[in-house]
Ligand binder design. Structure first.
Ligand SMILES: Nc1ncnc2c1ncn2[C@@H]1O[C@H](COP(=O)(O)OP(=O)(O)OP(=O)(O)O)[C@@H](O)[C@H]1O
Length: 246
């Protein structure tokens, strides 16, 4: 399968400090990938570069069948291209119902929820129900988002991203603050989502990463230190020294 995203030789310095150092990374159209690495390894900066929030000093970020450069696109354009990002803290509208949150995500332009009130048609109601079912919230449609558990809020936000039909989903530390049962449901969800799109998960929780059962990229000092199965990278002496062995 061809690569959906191809990042090659990117570097980014902040005040002379190389947060990203000649980093290359690629992911296929339907692939689940975990990114791990110590604090300050450059994981967030990497995602900021892919989503256009931060511009690299050097390197290329190419996207899609025609390998178009993302570097000249705005954050909004990149989101419209089909790159969705889930930040660590859920940002759902707490006073609105699950159905309303999903409906707004359908209607609004990607990345912005400017249209707060509109009447949902039949087609969009069906889509909202489908999205809720996809993220395990079919029974919660009429509850206020603020009443959901932390894990359910995270799933709702994933559902809101799915409303925009992303081809690549970037998910930052989904396991944080979740119960064991929620973590298990989340790994199942992410694995299923990655059957039809690319999903990148940044995570510190190694049990969670193990359950994802996917290729792992280890970042250190802004570069790829190791890549492969979790067992493969876990046996790497450099990885043990800088990350796992601590
Ligand atoms: N805007 C910025 N200005 C200055 N330094 C920055 C900026 N953004 C990131 N850095 C630095 O770049 C390095 C990489 O940070 P980054 O947040 O990408 O790491 P990370 O792997 O996401 O870490 P964590 O696991 O703690 O979230 C850090 O040393 C950080 O202090």
């Amino acid at each position: 399968m061809s690569d959906l995203l191809e990042v090659s030789g990117i570097s980014k310095s902040f005040d002379g400090f190389k947060a990203i150092n000649n980093l290359s990374f690629s992911i296929a159209e339907a692939e689940l990938r975990a990114i791990i690495g110590p604090n300050g390894a450059g994981k967030t900066t990497f995602m900021d570069i892919v989503t256009g929030k931060t511009r690299p000093d050097e390197g290329q970020v190419r996207w899609g069948e025609t390998s178009r450069s993302l570097l000249k696109m705005s954050e909004a354009q990149i989101a419209r291209e089909g790159i969705g990002r889930k930040f660590q803290r859920p940002t759902v509208f707490e006073d609105q119902s699950v159905a309303d949150n999903l409906t707004m995500a359908l209607k609004a332009p990607r990345g912005a929820f400017s249209v707060l009130v509109w009447k949902a048609g039949k087609a969009s109601r069906a889509r909202v129900e489908e999205l809720a079912a996809e993220v395990g919230l079919a029974e919660q449609l009429h509850r206020k988002a603020g009443e959901l558990s932390h894990g359910q809020k995270q799933w709702l936000e994933i559902g809101m991203l799915l409303a925009q039909e992303p081809r690549l989903l970037l998910v930052d530390e989904p396991a944080a603050g979740m119960t064991l049962a929620e973590r298990e449901q989340t790994t199942t969800l992410l694995k299923r989502l990655a059957e039809t799109r690319a999903v990148v998960v940044v995570e510190h929780d190694m049990e969670f990463v193990r359950r994802l059962n996917c290729k792992v990229t280890v970042l250190h000092q802004g570069a790829v230190l190791a890549e492969g199965s979790l067992d493969h990278v876990s046996a790497n002496s450099d990885v043990i020294e800088v990350y796992l062995g601590r």
